[in-house]
Each structure stands twice: as C-alpha cells, then as structure tokens.
Design a protein around this ligand. Structure first.
Ligand code: UGA
Length: 473
C-alpha cells in the first residue's frame, strides 16, 4: 500500500497538536498483546507512524510467524506493511510475557471476547490476562498503562482495573491505569482503517492516561475523542449496532422492492444521498456476518437486558438477519420452479465478505444448510476461504452431507454442469467471469445475493438473472 504523505516518519517529528505534545515526552514502547486481526493491524500502524512496538501472543507459532514479518491471515496490503515494519526494526515480537511487559510502557489488550451461548460477552481472556499482568506489575517499578482494545461491555475497564489492583497490590491511577480504546477496523480494509482511522476514541479516568494515549497516536490522522471509559466502551457497540441496523433495514426494504417490482439498489442510493443518512451500509445482500456484527449485537442486547433495558431496534436488526439466508434460498427455489431437491447449485463465495479469508458467521453457512435441507446438491468455491470454510462445516451441519457437498478449485469448475449458481460473496473474480462460463449452467439461472455480477454479462450468456432486492417490473 502506498504511503500517504507525511506517514512513516518517527512520531516525535510529527507536526500538529498531538505531534507537538508528543515531542516533549520521552518516546514510548507500545506493547500489543494478542496478535490476531486487531493486534497485527494495530502493531503495523503504530510502527508505520514511527513508534517502537513490541508484540506478544500466547501461541508460539503466531509469535514466530509475526516476528518473521509474515501475516497469519489474508487482508489486502497487510503482508507488505507487516514485513516492512519488522524489517525496519520498529516492530518486534517478545519471546515471553515477562520481557514483553518489562519493555512495554503501554499494553494494548487485543484479545478475543467471544459470545457465550446466551449471546452475552465472554471477557475471561481479558480477565485472565489482567491477572497475569497484575502479577508482573507487582515486581515492576514503572507506571504502566493497560488499554482494553477488545470490544467489551461497558464496565470492563473498571473490572480489569480491579483485577490488576487486587493482584498487584498497586494503586490504580498512580502505579498503573486502565483505559478503553475501541477499534473500528473492518476486515478486508484492515491496513487503511488502521492507518487512517475515522476517529480515535479513548476512555480514560486520569490525565496521564489521556496524555499517554495522545502520544501513542501521534502522527495518526483523524479526530481524537476523549471520553470516560464506559462511554468509550459504549461508542464501539453503538457504532456496530447502527451499521448493522442500516444493513438489516436495506435487506428489509429489499424484500419489499422484490414484491413491488422495484430495485432496492437505486432506491438506497437515492436515500443515502441525504447526508443525514449516508450511502454506506445500505447494500442489500445475504445478511451480515463476520466476527463482529452478529456477536456484538447479541452482546449489546444481552448486556442491556442485564441492565433491565430492552433494545428493540437492535433486536430487530438481528431478527431480520436471522431470516435473510432463508430468503436468499427462497429466491433460488422460486426461480427454480419451486423445487431445489436434486438440483445442483454452485455456491460462489464462502467468506463473510470479499477480500478476506475469514468465514466466521459467514452467511454461506446458513445458505448451505438451507439448500441441503431442501434437497439440493451443492458445489462450493471461494478463491481464499475454501479451506477455513471446510474446517467449519462439521460445526454447522448436524449430519455429514457426504457427496452432496463438493469443493471446486475454480469457479468455472463449479459452474460447469451445475443447474444454477448462487453468488454469496462479491469477489472480483466472479464479476470478471466471461459469459461463456455462466453459459455452462444447465438451467441458465443465476441468483445474485450480492449484486456483484453484471446483468449485461448474464444477458449475453442467455442466463436468467435473479438479483436480491430487484423485482420484475
Ligand atoms: C465491522 C465494522 O465495520 C468495523 O468498523 C468494526 O471495527 C468491526 O466490525 C469490529 O467490530 O471489529 P467487519 O465485521 O470486518 O467490520 O466488516 P463490515 O465491512 O462491517 O461488514 C460486516 C457485514 O455486513 C459483512 O457480512 C458485510 O458483507 C455486511 N454488509 C456490509 C452488507 O451486507 N451490506 C453493506 O452495505 C455493508
């Protein structure tokens, strides 16, 4: 990824308010604990802006891989940025937690906060790490700032602070501080979102923590918003919930548009021209997936329920999403004359969205489950995510589908001789397929759940094109 003007210089040389303040402070070593999507992207970004970064992960292989400058997952531009950060010497990975903690002035906790079975948020990874850091802090003589970057319910910062204080015997606000600093990184766009954040939100309880975080983010563009910890924690949940509400709203209107012979895409385009609404996240599709929206919305609803506050809007966004995969398969079934049993469907795109190999909560899973339930045979293809999708299959299918599910190496192989195709993910590769590839479908039928292939190509291929959110005029 090309470096934007002014990027990549040491933080202390930066102009602007945050840079000027930072110039008066001794340089910081920023520690990143947890080298997953968020941890790797943030390590790369801190190093990019000239900070000294030390990373740590409990998994040996992850430490070794990232330490060599090798990205453990695919995201555009990440491998290049990571390798240059490691080569420049600004980013290194500690071999153990002790040396990591000793070297880091600030520790960003980028650890998983998965869903429990009731939808509530599991914060035990953070709590266990807080216990371990508390032990290390007992022997430490310097002030440390622990920053919760993981998405976690309001009140988590306070909880982590209590755990560390209890374990270390040290005083919060004096010997150490805990702050919140949510991330707004979207997969498929990790590098850009990390380097050019729309805003940097921090939740701090003392002046020193805020000053330290301003220094950690010196050189980064974007407004710096300082709030109390619970408000900062709530910003993250509200942002994801509102984005997901927009997606579910577009999906809801898509169903209506199909019925009345309209097209939800130009409709939402025009709706989004109102700057109060904005065009982003109004693209109808198979529903939202990924490791964040489904988990965070459920987490928010569960947390609010504990607080005695119902959240009907967020709940509704989840409900629409739950039924959207079935709706996509309904479109395929109706277009197939009401019968999918015995028909072979090429399911194109298994990642939860394009430009990532992540399949967590991918809508391809419920779509596949629904197709199998209706008796279809399914051929699967994805340019990046096929292996991880295959690994996740036993978790979602109660019975082994046997030969009814087959993975294909190329989209052409998936299309050749199948009855119909269903496009779940908008990979560029599918949009670039020539009419001759689509012509190979026995029933000459394509269901586009992402609005990603060109209807003109379909016309040239003599294929019937059924698009989500588009009715027959
Ligand atoms: C999301 C947020 O966009 C990030 O700001 C946030 O930091 C991140 O969650 C997180 O909490 O860590 P991500 O899940 O990577 O990022 O991906 P999005 O681009 O937000 O997409 C989420 C889902 O919504 C995908 O399944 C996508 O296909 C779907 N979507 C998105 C639509 O169906 N229509 C749209 O118009 C936009």
């Amino acid at each position: 990824m090309p470096r934007a003007k002014g990027q990549g210089r040491p933080a202390r040389e930066k102009a602007g308010a945050r840079g000027a303040e930072a110039a008066r402070e001794p340089p910081l070593t920023l520690g990143v604990s947890g080298l997953g999507f968020v941890g790797v992207a943030m390590s790369v970004a801190f190093a990019h802006y000239g900070h000294d970064v030390v990373g740590y992960d409990v998994v040996d292989r992850r430490r070794e891989e990232v330490g060599r400058g090798h990205a453990p997952f695919f995201d555009p531009g990440l491998e290049e940025e990571l390798s240059s950060a490691v080569k420049s010497g600004r980013l290194r990975v500690a071999k153990d937690r002790e040396s990591f903690f000793r070297d880091a002035d600030v520790v960003f906790l980028c650890l998983p906060t998965p869903s429990r079975s009731d939808g509530s948020v599991e914060t035990s990874f953070l709590e266990e790490e807080a216990l371990r850091l508390g032990k290390l802090l007992r022997r430490s003589r310097s002030w440390k700032l622990i920053v919760v970057k993981s998405t976690s319910p309001p009140g988590t910062v306070r909880k982590i602070e209590r755990i560390i204080a209890g374990e270390s015997g040290k005083k919060p606000g004096e010997d150490f501080s805990v702050a919140s600093n949510p991330e707004f990184l979207a997969e498929g766009n990790l590098v850009r979102d990390a380097l050019e954040p729309s805003r940097i939100v921090v939740g701090t309880s003392d002046e020193r923590s805020e000053r330290t975080l301003r220094q950690a983010y010196s050189g980064f563009p974007g407004p710096f918003v300082a709030l109390p910890p619970t408000s900062s924690e709530l910003v993250k949940y509200s942002s994801n919930a509102l984005l997901a509400v927009k997606v579910s709203f577009a999906n809801e209107i898509a169903r209506l548009a199909e019925k009345v012979g309209s097209d939800v895409y130009p409709v939402m385009e025009a709706v989004g021209m109102d700057p109060r609404l904005g065009k982003a996240f109004l693209r109808a599709g198979p529903g939202f997936g990924g490791s964040c929206f489904p988990k965070d919305l459920k987490g928010l609803v569960a947390f609010a329920r504990q607080m005695g506050v119902p959240l009907p809007v967020t709940d509704a966004a989840l409900n629409v999403n739950e039924t959207q995969a079935r709706h996509v398969v309904d479109l395929a079934e109706t277009a197939s004359g009401g019968l999918l049993a015995g028909r072979e469907v090429a399911l194109l795109g298994l990642a939860f969205k394009r430009d990532t190999d992540d399949v967590r909560e991918s809508r391809a899973y419920p779509i596949l489950g629904e197709l199998l339930k209706r008796g279809a045979l399914v051929r699967l293809h994805d340019p990046k995510a096929a292996e991880s999708f295959r690994a996740g299959l036993p978790k979602i299918l109660s019975v082994d589908p046997g030969p009814r599910v087959r993975f294909c190496e190329t989209p052409e192989e998936a299309l050749r001789g199948a009855n119909l195709a269903l496009v779940q993910c908008d990979w560029e590769e599918y949009a670039a397929l020539p009419p001759s590839a689509w012509k190979e479908l026995k029933d000459r039928l394509v269901i586009d759940a992402r609005r990603s292939v060109d209807p003109a190509t379909m016309r040239r291929a003599g294929v019937r094109y059924v698009a989500i959110g588009k009715g027959e005029p």
